[in-house]
Write a protein of this length. Structure first.
Length: 94
């Protein structure tokens, strides 16, 4: 089931191939469609989350975060009780 594309409720499969490619292009990070002169490294991976790092002149420093739908909820605008307003990371991903 991990490699199955399922349409959202009410969606239809486009009959027009260019339309399908356009839908996929709008839904994916642009750097995935321009492989010239850059590389992608996976810096973190588990069953629900993948973080990738781009290298190369055009996308250097770009990070993409992919989250499995329904596995977790992230709300960066929600206040956290007792957090002191900040967060820190325990290390560098490089």
């Amino acid at each position: 089931k991990d490699h199955v594309l399922e349409l959202a409720r009410g969606s239809r499969v486009p009959k027009d191939v260019p339309e399908l490619v356009g839908l996929l292009n709008r839904a994916m990070p642009k750097e995935l469609f321009d492989p010239n002169g850059h590389s992608m490294d996976t810096t973190y991976l588990d069953g629900d989350l993948r973080i990738t790092r781009m290298t190369g002149s055009r996308f250097e420093g770009v990070r993409d975060i992919f989250i499995r739908r329904g596995s977790m909820e992230i709300n960066p605008t929600a206040s956290r009780k007792g957090s002191g307003g900040g967060s820190s990371s325990g290390g560098d991903d490089q």
